[in-house]
Write a protein that binds this ligand. Structure first.
Ligand SMILES: Nc1ncnc2c1ncn2[C@@H]1O[C@H](COP(=O)(O)OP(=O)(O)OP(=O)(O)O)[C@@H](O)[C@H]1O
Length: 602
């Protein structure tokens, strides 16, 4: 079991819904489609009646032929029943496909909406491929189940009609047909539980394959750069093999039920042939009635055995619905206690005894206090893992802190209208993400209604706009997927122009570490001066020119402030800042020669 179960545990947010809750939830999605579904139900009843009429007509036709009657009435009747059956089935399929399609559309919209609503911590904990799997293949599985349910309903109705007819012809034979039904139903119910478990496992293993593929595609450049294709393949292979093994097991479980059901059906058929044949010979039953009984077995057993096949798919659909609902219902970690209007922020930020950890066991910040005055530019420096990005993630409210308070302009961040608050936070990651489209589209991203003139003004506001001339089509240049057609420096300039369009009160900027040519560097520096002016800015600093000019440098170590002040004061002090300076900034000085520029650490 070890290999089969590796990595197939439920996600943290998974939950098991009771069948009742699940069905109620599914029905809620179908409620707006109730008239279409009612029409589908009517067509199922009429179609089933047309189907059931055929053996009945043949049965009485046989008796009439035996008695020397004409065959043409029978032929005409069968043709008419066939034509009507086709018409009913057509209308049914059409409306069913439309209603199911609409339900899947809204389910997928809800799932996608939920994906957008999730906190950043959700994306840290759940690989994106697995989430994608829920929005795509799970909603499809759910759709299949609806189509299957309709087929089954129609078969069950045919059985109902045929059974009612059987009772009018011969009660003992009808009872014999029915007596084995509970046995089959019991088998199918038992099978239900096993089917659901194996199906869940199969879906999880599939989403694991998706997650792995997603990560591989995302990091393909790194893998190729380090010639790690074999390793990527080696990682993929066991995951793929596991998916194969789990699907195989699922197939085995599903196929094992059929031989058992067919055995029971076969025994029943033997009994009916024997009992019915004797009755015909004794003259107690007509040849036509006997034919009707033999047909009835086929009609009767077909839906019962297909319940078992259906069960597997039905379970797959229910498990899929469960996974989609779990995604929709995943509780948010970031919880606002109120949604007070924000107004234009001045940008004063005050951490007061804040404690935070990505997981409960590993605290990153403990009783952390820091005040950043409105309009101040603060640089965060420190060794890797010191907690610089963590601070910015709390300010952007991507993560929920466990203790203490975080005040923005003196107001508890938890009481603010989160969307309005985030609109005034300009966050620039180290590698700015650009969406497919033109440079202008990307600059306009925070405010789609911005005019072309505003976009141009923002672009010119960053470094005088010379960089636009270097682009092949100016602002109309296509940036390619993730901005791959632009250089790193150009992407940063676009991100800065985007900030100008957004006009945030607080800027949280993770400076890029990638070095760019001196001209672009100068443009970025000029752009930064424009963008940060008049706003509270928290810069995770990687460039010497930034730390030399900010109002205050905060040196972090293991989630604590170990030193703060301006560049000159801190350098003169010879403390922890000097260590950080020697490690990260010293070599960026224009006068740098290898092995020189160290400041003395006391
Ligand atoms: N998403 C996450 N889940 C769990 N732990 C995390 C996560 N992000 C950061 N950490 C941990 O929190 C601590 C602080 O990380 P943080 O990213 O704030 O450091 P940093 O100072 O920004 O480092 P760097 O300069 O390398 O970006 C580290 O120990 C890190 O391992």
């Amino acid at each position: 079991m070890g290999f089969l179960m590796d990595g197939l545990e439920a996600e943290d947010y998974d939950r098991a819904y009771s069948d009742r809750d699940l069905l109620r939830r599914i029905l809620r999605y179908f409620w707006p489609k109730r008239w279409a579904m009612l029409l589908v139900a009517l067509m199922i009843v009429l179609g089933s009646a047309a189907q059931a009429a055929v053996p009945l007509m043949i049965s009485s036709g046989i008796d009439r032929i035996v008695a020397g009657g004409s065959i043409w009435a029978l032929v005409g009747g069968i043709l008419l029943a066939g034509a009507l059956g086709w018409a009913f089935s057509f209308v049914r399929q059409w409306f069913n496909a439309k209603a199911t399609g609409d339900v899947v559309l809204s389910l997928r919209e809800d799932a996608f909406d939920a994906v957008l609503e999730r906190d950043m911590s959700f994306y840290d904990e759940n690989p994106s491929g697995r989430v994608v799997s829920r929005v795509t293949s799970d909603t499809d599985d759910f759709a299949n189940v609806v189509g299957l349910s309709m087929d089954l309903l129609s078969q069950v109705l045919v059985v109902g009609f045929v059974t009612a007819l059987l009772f009018t012809r011969s009660v003992p034979l009808a009872l014999l047909t029915l007596v084995i039904a509970p046995v089959v139903i019991l088998c199918a119910l038992q099978f239900r539980r096993i089917a659901r478990t194996t199906t869940r496992r199969a879906q999880r293993s599939m989403s694991r394959v998706n997650a792995n593929l997603n990560e591989t595609m995302g990091g393909i450049a790194v893998a190729k750069n380090f010639r790690q294709e074999q390793r990527v393949y080696d990682e993929f292979r066991p995951i793929n093999e596991q998916s194969y093994a789990v699907s195989l097991r699922q197939g085995f479980v599903f196929s094992s039920i059929f031989p058992l059901l067919f055995l029971i059906a076969g025994l029943a058929e033997v009994g009916l042939v024997l009992a019915g044949g004797r009755s015909v010979l004794d003259g107690g039953l007509s040849a036509g009635d006997w034919y009707l009984f033999l047909q009835a077995i086929a009609f009767f057993w077909f839906p019962l055995t297909s319940i078992a096949a259906f069960w597997s798919q039905f379970q797959q659909g229910l498990a899929a619905a469960e996974r989609v609902f779990a995604l929709i219902d995943a509780p948010p970690r970031v919880v606002q206690t109120d949604a007070l209007p924000v107004g234009r922020l001045a940008g004063r930020i005050e951490f007061s005894d804040v404690s935070f950890g990505y997981s409960a066991e590993v605290p990153v910040l403990q009783d952390f206090s820091l005040t950043i005055e409105a309009g101040q530019t603060v640089a965060l420096v420190g060794h890797t893992g010191a907690g610089k990005s963590t601070l910015s993630k709390l300010i952007t409210r991507f993560y929920e802190f466990q203790d203490g308070t975080l005040l923005i302009d003196g107001r508890d961040i938890r009481t603010l209208d989160l969307s309005a608050y985030r609109r005034q936070i300009g966050a620039v990651p180290q590698l700015p993400f650009l969406f497919s489209g033109t440079v202008a589209d990307n600059i306009r991203y925070p405010r789609p209604e911005a005019t072309d003139d505003e976009v141009l003004e923002a672009a010119i506001g960053v470094g005088g706009g010379d960089w636009i001339e270097a682009l092949p089509d100016g602002l109309a240049t296509d940036v390619g997927e993730h901005g791959r057609s632009l250089s790193m420096g150009q992407r940063q300039l676009v991100a800065l122009a985007r900030l100008l369009i957004q006009n945030p009160a607080i800027v949280v900027l993770d400076e890029a570490t990638a070095s760019v040519d001196p001209l672009t560097e100068a443009q970025i520096q000029e752009g930064l001066d424009t963008v940060l002016a008049g706003r509270t800015s928290i810069v995770i600093a990687h460039r010497l020119s930034t730390i030399e000019h900010v109002d205050r440098i905060i040196v972090l170590d293991h989630g604590r402030i170990v030193e703060q002040g301006d560049h000159a004061t801190l350098l003169a002090r010879g403390g922890r800042y000097c260590e950080v300076y020697n490690t990260y900034f010293r070599h960026q000085s224009p006068n740098y020669r290898p092995g020189t520029g160290f400041v003395t650490v006391n």
